[in-house]
Each structure stands twice: as structure tokens, then as C-alpha cells.
Design a protein around this ligand. Structure first.
Ligand SMILES: Cc1cc2nc3c(=O)[nH]c(=O)nc-3n(C[C@H](O)[C@H](O)[C@H](O)COP(=O)(O)O)c2cc1C
Length: 194
């Protein structure tokens, strides 16, 4: 199963792009699950270390269904709007709360395949630093980080929304970076390499 996580609190550009990505994977016969932070309650990590002692998070919120999806996923797509040149606070909260997954089983995420999608309102608004934050999370947790390869999508899928849903739909170059990254992602899921 491929899990897509949308880090926007709105049903706008990031959600649209992630839904397109999951539908392209489904067209190739892959099973997908969509999770959005929109309308959810996911608190930031408190660093109380309850998880280290009890092998689960003390915060009983909407992170729990996501933990289960993360355990089951063979591949992960994190899609974030670019906020201040990085991921949204909601995505950062999810990343930090994965400490409890590691406390439960150090290898929870190891060997899964991960890619990123970053959607900025500006043409050069910090999409690549946001993707690097996603890749760093993957590296730290044993997830294999996937880029789109050189010549077009070097660190993953980058979109320019111009702050609107219509804007992202018109970003044909963004969809090119998405297709390249999905191509690489699928090759790694198949364990064939690039
Ligand atoms: C708090 C905040 C910070 C933002 N910072 C950036 C930024 O650093 N760079 C950028 O390109 N766009 C920035 N934006 C614009 C969003 O990335 C852009 O509107 C994006 O399309 C939002 O995704 P959504 O439509 O899926 O919600 C910011 C928006 C907000 C609300």
C-alpha cells in the first residue's frame, strides 16, 4: 500500500496534486491510502518520553490512525505546502510524533520507499528546502528517499501554485517533476532500482 500524507489544512493545491499522484499510482495497479491533516487534531511532540517507557504515544489524537497506516505502507508520499521555506507545522508535528513509532519498533519505517511533493505560492519559494526536510526525515528513519533524478526533478516534485488551486493545475512543469519522481518511486517499489 502506498500512503499519501497531505500537509495542508485546506482542500486546495497540495491536496489536488497528491490526489493526482495517488490516482496515477492506482492506474498502475497500486493500492493507495490518502491521509490529510485537514480537520485533524495532531499535537506537537511534548518530549515527555512516555513513548520510550510505554511503546506508544501519550497523546491520544488523530496521529493514531496515521501510525497504523504508516506501519502498513510499503511506500510513503509526503506532500507539503511550503511555509516559510520549509514544511508546514502539521507535517513537522507528524514527523516528530513518529518518535513513538521508533520507540515501539526501531525498524518501523526501515526499508520503506519515500518521496516528497512541495507546493509553494512562489516560483522559488523554498520547495527544495522543504523537500530536503522530508528527505532528512526519511534518512533519519531508515526510509529510502527518492528523488526524480537529474534533468528535471532533482529532489522530487516541486509545484508553483501562485497561491491558488487554478494556479497549480496550470503548472505543467510541476506535473512533469511529479511524473519523473513517481517513475523513480515505482522503480524502487519494484526493487529494480533506477
Ligand atoms: C504561513 C504560510 C507561509 C507560507 N510561506 C511560503 C513560502 O515560504 N514560500 C512559498 O512559496 N509560499 C509560501 N506560502 C504559500 C503557500 O505555500 C501556497 O499558497 C500553497 O499553495 C499552499 O498550499 P495549499 O493551497 O495546498 O494550502 C505560505 C503560506 C502560508 C499560509
Amino acid at each position: 500500500m502506498i500512503l499519501g500524507i497531505c500537509g495542508s489544512p485546506r482542500r486546495q493545491a497540495t491536496e489536488h496534486v497528491l490526489e493526482r499522484a495517488l490516482s496515477m499510482l492506482e492506474d498502475d495497479g497500486l493500492e493507495t491510502e490518502f491521509f490529510t491533516v485537514r480537520g485533524k487534531n495532531i499535537s506537537p511532540c511534548r518530549h515527555c518520553d512516555y513513548c520510550l517507557r510505554n511503546k506508544e504515544c501519550v497523546l491520544k489524537d488523530d496521529m493514531f490512525p496515521l501510525y497504523e497506516l504508516l506501519r502498513r505502507a510499503a511506500g510513503i508520499i509526503i506532500a507539503t505546502p511550503v511555509y516559510n521555506g520549509g514544511v508546514s507545522a502539521q507535517i513537522k508535528a507528524i514527523m516528530d510524533r513518529c518518535r513513538a513509532l521508533g520507540a515501539e519498533d526501531y525498524d518501523s519505517l526501515r526499508g520503506k520507499v519515500g518521496m516528497g511533493i512541495a507546493v509553494g505560492g512562489d516560483r522559488c519559494g523554498g520547495q527544495e528546502p522543504a523537500l530536503m526536510q522530508i528527505h532528512t526525515f526519511y534518512i533519519l528513519n531508515g526510509v529510502i528517499p527518492i528523488s526524480g533524478g537529474s534533468f528535471g526533478a532533482n529532489l522530487g516534485a516541486c509545484f508553483w501554485s501562485r497561491d491558488t488551486l487554478e494556479g497549480v493545475k496550470e503548472d505543467s512543469y510541476g506535473f512533469k517533476t511529479l511524473k519523473k519522481t513517481l517513475g523513480m518511486f515505482k522503480r524502487f517499489l519494484d526493487s529494480e532500482g533506477p
